[in-house]
Design a protein around this ligand. Structure first.
Ligand SMILES: [Zn+2]
Ligand SMILES: [Zn+2]
Length: 355
């Protein structure tokens, strides 16, 4: 079968390879992959920044955002049938089976020895067939067969927003009215949609003109869109109950902290590169204390967020018709696979590889 592979750590090693078909063992599912989404994590792996091949394999099959149909059910596997539309979670528990992995929270793994499909120690889904442990798989209704590949990025939002609510509701009475979303990539747009669904007034900010596709997609949910080219973040006067930082920009992340209101919460989901300090750290911490604010980071998502994500994806599809389909701007057939991993034009949002 065909698979898209890298030699981890080696930039320029991305290749379409003929590899052996996997065979499902007890408790596993063999999946016929329909679509695989491409994101910044994939591009970092392609550039050789990270990625780890499975034990004994010289290469790693990439791809962690996927939509598949069950091709074959492994021995002793219950709850699935051939043809089911499914999405597997990305992370698998650590061999030590730490407190959190044991509780089904491998996204909060304590040892760091977890494995991740397409990223760390487990082959990903950018191949015609793949296998995964059936206890980490959710089923999707047929109505989501066009847009279900957006479930994995939505789960990043489900966790980042869900944990903000958990933290806030545990420490005080909290009735949030306003949210600020920083970034208008797939995660920023999905966060905008989810927060609108939760009934908040949302302002989405990005470095794109107001007539760009990303701005239009944010507005389609009823959110206000602000182009930072016209209105710099430092000049924004509003203070928000919840700030969701999805740009991955260090300077934006520093500004994000000042945009939360009294008792506010800031959720960070980006990967931030080192950058010379652009703000006085003392001001950041004083602001944190005097405003009773909470700043927290969130990575990965466990099965519970995937289950919530399936329900919310269906709600978003119903309430903001056409939004999800328009987030998928580039559908690349396997025959042109290299295009999926090449730089895109300004109006590209999500690239999906079709198998
Ligand atoms: Zn991703
Ligand atoms: Zn663990």
């Amino acid at each position: 079968m065909k698979a898209i592979t890298v030699t981890p750590g080696a930039s320029g090693s991305l290749a379409l390879k003929e590899v052996e078909e996997p065979v499902p063992k007890r408790g596993e599912l063999l999946l016929r992959v329909l679509r695989v989404g491409v994101c910044g994590t994939d591009m970092d792996i392609v550039s050789g920044f990270y990625g780890q091949a499975p034990a004994g394999s010289p290469y790693l099959i990439i791809g962690h955002e996927s939509l598949s149909r069950v091709e074959r059910v492994g021995p002793g596997t219950r709850g699935f049938e051939e043809g089911d539309l499914v999405v597997p979670t990305v992370r698998r528990k650590c061999p030590e089976d730490c407190l959190n992995c044991r509780a089904g929270e491998s996204d909060m793994c304590l040892t760091g020895h977890y494995r991740e499909h397409g990223i760390k120690g487990l082959h990903g889904f950018a191949s015609e067939l793949s296998i995964t442990d059936s206890s980490f798989v959710v089923k999707l209704p047929e109505a989501l067969s066009e847009v279900g590949v957006l479930l994995e990025p939505l789960t990043i939002v489900e966790k980042g927003v869900g944990q903000a609510f958990l933290i806030q509701e545990a420490r005080m009475k909290w009735k949030p009215k306003t949210a600020l979303v920083l970034g208008s990539g797939p995660v920023g747009l999905l966060a905008t949609a989810l927060l609108r669904l939760r009934g908040l007034q949302v302002t989405t900010v990005a470095r794109k003109p107001s007539d760009s596709l990303k701005a239009k997609l944010a507005s389609l949910t009823g959110a206000s869109y602000v182009d930072v080219g016209e209105t710099p973040l430092s000049s924004m006067e509003d203070r928000f109950d919840l700030v969701f930082e999805a740009t991955g920009s260090t300077s934006v992340a520093l500004e994000a902290q000042n945009l939360s209101g009294t008792n506010g919460v800031v959720s960070f989901v980006g990967i931030y590169r080192s950058q010379a300090g652009t703000e006085d750290a003392g001001k950041v911490f004083t602001n944190l204390v005097l405003g009773n604010r909470v700043y927290f980071g969130s990575v990965n998502a466990n099965l519970s967020y995937f289950r919530e994500g399936v329900a919310d994806l269906a709600r978003i599809e119903k309430r903001f018709q056409g939004l999800l389909g328009r987030i998928i701007t580039d559908k690349v057939p396997l025959s042109k696979w290299e295009e999926a991993y090449s730089p895109k034009s300004g109006d590209a949002v999500k690239t999906v590889l079709q198998f």
